[in-house]
Design a protein around this ligand. Sequence first.
Ligand code: FE2
Ligand code: FE2
Length: 250
Amino acid sequence: MSTDPSGVSRVPVPWNRTIPRSRLFDALSLLLPAGEAFVIETLEQWRAQVGDSLATPMQAEVDRLIREERAHQRAHRRYNQALIAETPVATAAALRASRAADELADLSLPMKMALTVAFEHLTTVLSREILGRPYLLPDDGSRHSRMWRWHAQEELAHSHVAMEAAALCGIGHGRRALALCLATACLSFDVLCCWSALCRCDTAAGASRLSLLVDACSFVLRGLPSLARMGLGWCRGFVPTAGAARRGAK
Ligand SMILES: [Fe+2]
Ligand SMILES: [Fe+2]
């Protein structure tokens, strides 16, 4: 399925119950197109390098992942345009993410493959939580919810592909673990910076600082089970996977 069902053309605040909850997803959306561009470029570079040695089913899986990530980029760029129109400060976050992704372009292909696995793992962990539990994002049929759920479903469906590609590429467990730690630290920092910039913008526009603080604390406290589940899922990224390379080789 590569049909963006969103058509999100406005990002009213709050669209996800409270400002802190809405701004968390807005921050993620601003960072995603740059991360997806990195994943696409890395897999295309790897595919060009391995050429015909790739089994046909694996070629099809990689093609599907790239196609789906491009569709996600288009959806999030539309979403981000609407967001920037209403909250211009969001431009800086999107530019910063794209500069950070550009800096990664000079890394070696094995390191970029390891980071691709890490980014895909992080999106898989979040997608599983979004689809499995309604806490972070209610399944209320709104355009925003539908877009995020569509993205999450496709992430889960292609979550194995980057790992199998990395196994074929001979990426070791240590490099993958390092990449997962780096990607998690960088992404968490960027999301936090972007989230706080958006929230500051909301308070400057008249939102109550106190109620925003109360909502943020309540979101975190009531979200502890979600955080624990995602933490466990994150740890699975350190488990070595056997047989992935055999499945993709000719
Ligand atoms: Fe994606
Ligand atoms: Fe993905």
